[in-house]
Design a protein around this ligand. Structure first.
Ligand SMILES: *Cc1c(COP(=O)(O)O)cnc(C)c1O
Length: 366
């Protein structure tokens, strides 16, 4: 059987290093806000090319706390792609702000050409989600943001190390938000997240907010939360970070094999935006007979996933927005046609070939 993702394979690539670090942290007697978190924050800020990084408990926290600390609240509008992950929308609505949806372009990310038409006096920010590991058109997004005086928040939960015109995703907007959920390109061994920014004041606000609103113990300046990255996760992330470029290069190689090998005319391959260097968090094909394809691949023992089958605005949770089927036809068509093929670190050559051969052999009429 070929799984869609296999985290054990990735762990086993460097298991000795992870085990050594885990024992080191366990034996240290220091588990929250210590030297591992401090070092990881320095190393991740350096890697992205930003001045500051603040470790947090999850990717969702990085999003909603960003919206909150940028003073975006009830009634304010945030522009986001209609096919984004549900956590992106929750990051907005937890603050009682309103998501305003824009259709994806052919690369699956927000169609930057359609942003201007939805800007209103209530628009406060653009949430740029670099879906599947590929950068949005950050040149156009930053131009629009500048022109209309909007904040830009980047959701880089799927694009650790991904580039736009040579610069890392996360380094363009006011804040770059990251999740280190285990299946992400830089995944921890539990929940974890962070933000990056070049704004010293804002970084300080995150540091205070994540720790009950206090910088100095028992001196609480604001009503904060508990959203800390822990020492064990930070230590393990530091190990994985030393291998991240290699891990991403391996994903690119697998994606390259699929790009060259899949020739079935009824399959649409993902397209790479000129100027983007994608890190292939997912390899998302499109096929009109998608549901038959899933069953067919499953019979070959090949597991696939859909990212994502239900658009956030059509989910039960967002019924209150009063949106309906037909509101964003491009996003809706993608949701019916997309399929994420197996792609993970440690995938074997013969497994890649099996996926390619199976996909090429799919004929819904035969
Ligand atoms: C995973 C993910 C998140 C949420 O991260 P968590 O750490 O699971 O809270 C947010 N946005 C995107 C695009 C994601 O893929």
């Amino acid at each position: 059987m070929i799984m869609q993702n296999d985290l054990q394979r990735q762990f086993s690539l460097y298991s000795g290093e992870y085990e050594k670090k885990a024992i080191e942290v366990l034996r240290s007697g220091w588990y929250i806000l210590g030297k591992e978190v401090e070092q990881f924050e320095k190393e991740w800020a350096d890697y992205i090319g930003c001045k500051y990084c603040v470790g947090l408990a999850s990717g969702l926290d990085s999003l909603w706390i960003s919206v909150h600390l940028l003073n975006i609240g009830p009634g304010d509008e945030v522009i986001v792609c209609a096919n984004a992950y549900i956590a992106c929308i929750m990051g907005i609505t937890i603050n009682d702000a309103v998501p305003v949806f824009v259709e994806p372009d052919r690369y699956g990310n927000i169609d930057a050409q359609k942003i201007e038409s939805v800007i209103t006096p209530k628009t406060k920010a653009i949430l740029a989600v670099h879906l599947y590991g590929q950068a949005c058109d950050m040149t156009v997004i930053m131009e629009i943001a500048h022109q209309y005086n909007l904040q830009v928040i980047e959701d880089c939960a799927q694009s650790h190390g991904g580039l736009w015109r040579g610069k890392k995703t996360g380094a363009f907007g006011k804040v770059g938000c990251f999740s280190f959920y285990p299946s992400k390109n830089l995944g921890a061994f539990g929940d974890a997240g962070c933000i990056v920014t070049n704004d010293e004041e804002l970084a300080k606000k995150f540091r205070i907010f994540r720790n009950y609103g206090s910088e100095k113990r028992y001196h609480n300046q604001v009503i904060g939360r508990n959203s800390r990255l822990d020492e064990l996760q930070a230590g393990l992330l530091r190990i994985k970070l030393t291998h991240l470029d290699k891990l991403n290069a391996e994903r690119c190689k697998i994606a390259g094999r699929y790009m060259d090998g899949i020739t079935n005319p009824i399959i649409r391959l993902p397209q790479v935006r000129p100027g983007a260097y994608p890190v292939w968090h997912q390899f998302v094909i499109r096929c009109k007979e998608r549901d038959e394809l899933i069953g067919y691949l499953d019979r070959y023992g090949i597991k696939t996933l859909i990212h994502y089958p239900i658009l956030p605005y059509l989910s039960e949770a967002y019924g209150y927005l009063g949106k309906k089927e037909g509101d964003h036809p491009i996003a809706e068509r993608y949701a019916k046609e997309i399929l994420s093929l197996p792609l993970y670190n440690g995938m074997k050559e013969k497994e890649i070939t099996m996926v390619i051969d199976a996909v090429n052999g799919f004929d819904p009429t035969g």
